[in-house]
Design a protein around this ligand. Structure first.
Ligand code: ADP
Ligand code: MG
Length: 585
């Protein structure tokens, strides 16, 4: 027991284990003077109250499931006695069949006599004057705000892990957190992160080979600068798992800017027999057999949820939602699906100016089972059979704007393309393809480059030397602590390969402690640098150049985001334009 927040965690976890549906946590002075946790769980029999304070007094050793929990999550029957050794503890409890409750104080590790107490079903544990007998107390008194933050964070995580339980955290009379306990993860999320963020979360539910992944993930637009907002649970228990985090990051791929991390709360529903229990008891680190499959399940779950969204930010507000069972957006940043009409049909109705009909078609629900119009046009069947057709934008350039944007049109309306972002994306995918098809060769530098290495950098280099040569670098150690670079990947041709190489090495050595999935990351860096060749703002384009850019978009897997995750194009539908001009309401 090292801090108030760890006591909060132990007590709340006990309440969860007792089957509670309501848990209230009251704190004074960030828990230093008072932590009181009240639950409506099964309670503790009067005669067993003193036993709960004996070491190894756990009542939780029954099934295989419990064994897992005991070994991985530190259920060793030690929390209550440890707490009682650093604070004054009062426990009050009543079980279902007991006519009245009982209460007992423990001070200095000594149980006081039981006294009868009128109380509701469930348990209240009151922890007062924490660390009263130790100098540590002073340290926490100085950082009350930080400590409150830790307590809040723990309760938030547990609340997200248990949306079926209503949590309330009160500090000095003020409620800091309250969840409904209606079993809706998104509602729990909303109580913690607010409504606006909750609107930008997508539901995830996917099963791959018996492994189910369930939860919510954030749109790329609400990414964060660190990993603290991604929560992973294993059958409802918070865990950490580096490989799974990576799988999630991979699924977001280039939708996320570099160094940004998604918000998510995902629960893995797995058979406990797949979980390796030989792990650190308090850090919640676990290992899986069948890890590869579990990663696939997670990656597919996230990809699917993201793919349901075609992420073009549309101008304006009131575009009908496409898929009613998904939470899509907030009002100002509507993400809409491109209509998936067969090309033939689109062009025709465009030419003949059937704008109104077009508008109706565009905003008809896309999924075939939602169709209920009596006189169906043949278009709808095609559309269901050939969803990929909808991804081809087939844009026709109209003009360049401000030296930065290309205005283009297709039967679905008007588009504004960020020329730099679009070109960057085209180069990015082309070079990625080159790498995938092993179509990259080392390009010799005119003059080899030399760079000094620190001992740490040298070790890092030695570890990765073979990967770097796979990526078409020719580098080797020279003398004790120098690196010579003789050739670099030819995707850097036409630029200043020396500068790129130096930047690449600096960045890599700076991040090497954190670089986990090494080869993929290195490749991404190389390609990102290659994309510097993309046309810039203030570069004037001819019509054929603009047409080539538009054509390039149709060859892309993701024509919607530049490699840094920013949007490539904005869409103004007919409907939106008509609305803005008040031709329709
Ligand atoms: P553990 O949780 O590892 O079993 P603890 O020291 O945290 O050990 O708790 C000891 C025992 O006290 C538990 O096994 C449980 O039987 C009982 N207990 C503690 N808190 C509660 C509670 N809120 N409701 C019901 N029983 C509880
Ligand atoms: Mg416990």
């Amino acid at each position: 027991i090292e801090r108030p927040a760890s006591i909060v965690k132990e007590l709340v976890e006990n309440s969860i284990d007792a089957g509670s549906t309501r848990i209230q946590i009251q704190l004074e002075q960030s828990g230093l003077t008072l932590i009181e946790v009240t639950d409506n769980g099964i309670g503790i029999e009067r005669a067993e109250l003193p036993l709960a304070f004996e070491r190894h007094a756990t009542s939780k050793l029954a099934t295989e499931k419990d064994l897992f929990r005991i070994q991985t999550l530190g259920f060793r029957g030690e929390a209550l006695p440890s707490i009682a050794s650093v604070a004054r503890v009062t426990i009050t409890s009543r079980t279902e069949h007991a006519p009245e409750g009982a209460s007992m104080q423990v001070a200095g590790g000594e149980c006081q006599p039981l006294i009868p107490a009128p109380c509701n079903l469930g348990t209240t544990i009151k922890v007062e004057d924490l660390f009263y007998n130790t100098p540590v107390r002073l340290k926490y008194l100085k950082s009350l705000q930080t400590e409150l933050g830790h307590c809040l964070e723990i309760v938030q995580k547990l609340a997200l892990a248990h949306p079926q339980i209503s949590f309330q955290l009160i500090h000095q009379g003020k409620t800091h957190l309250q969840t409904q306990g209606d079993a809706q993860l998104l509602h729990a999320f909303s109580s913690i992160y607010g409504k606006e963020l909750a609107k930008q979360m997508l539901q995830c539910l996917h099963t791959y080979r018996d492994h189910t992944v369930k939860g919510i993930i954030g749109l790329p637009a609400i990414s964060r600068a660190n990993r603290n907002h991604g929560l992973l649970f294993l059958n409802g228990r918070p865990i950490r798992h580096f490989g799974i985090l990576n799988a999630i990051q991979e699924a977001y791929g280039h939708r996320l800017p570099i160094h940004r991390f998604p918000l998510f709360a995902l629960d893995l529903e797995l058979d406990y027999s797949l979980v390796d229990v030989n792990v650190h008891p308090t850090k919640l680190e676990v290992r899986f057999s069948e890890e590869a499959d579990i990663r696939t399940a997670v990656r597919e779950a996230v990809e699917q949820a993201l793919d349901q969204q075609q992420l073009i930010p549309a101008f304006g507000a009131s575009v009908p939602k496409v898929s009613p069972n998904r939470i899509i957006t907030n009002e100002n940043y509507e993400q809409v699906s491109l209509p998936q009409l067969p090309q033939q049909r689109r062009t025709e109705s465009f030419r003949t100016g059937e704008v109104r009909e077009q508008v109706q078609e565009i905003y008809r629900p896309l999924s075939p089972q939602l169709e209920s119009k009596p006189n169906e046009s043949p278009a709808s069947t095609d559309q269901a059979e050939n969803p990929a057709a909808g991804r081809l934008l087939q844009l026709k350039p109209v003009a360049q704007l401000l030296g930065m944007y290309v205005v283009a049109e297709n039967p679905d309306g008007m588009y504004i393309i960020d020329q730099h972002a679009a070109h960057e994306r085209i180069l990015f995918e082309r070079f990625s393809r080159n790498y995938n098809e092993r179509n990259v060769s080392p390009m010799p530098l005119l003059v080899p480059l030399t760079r000094e290495l620190t001992p740490g950098e040298k070790t890092a280099f030695e570890r990765l030397q073979s990967e770097l040569s796979l990526l078409a670098f020719d580098m080797e150690l020279f003398g004790e602590f120098a690196l010579v670079v003789r050739a670099v990947p030819d995707v850097w041709a036409g630029q200043q390969p020396e500068t790129l190489t130096m930047e690449f090495l600096d960045e890599w050595f700076q991040n090497m402690q954190t670089a986990a999935s090494v080869i993929g990351k290195l490749e991404e860096r190389i390609i990102t640098k290659a994309c510097k060749a993309a046309i810039k703002a203030n570069q004037w384009l001819s019509m054929p150049e603009m047409a080539a850019l538009c054509k390039g978009l149709d060859e892309l897997q993701d024509p919607f985001h530049c490699p840094h995750g920013r949007p490539i194009l904005l869409h103004f539908s007919h409907y939106e334009l008509e609305k803005q001009f008040k031709r329709v309401m």
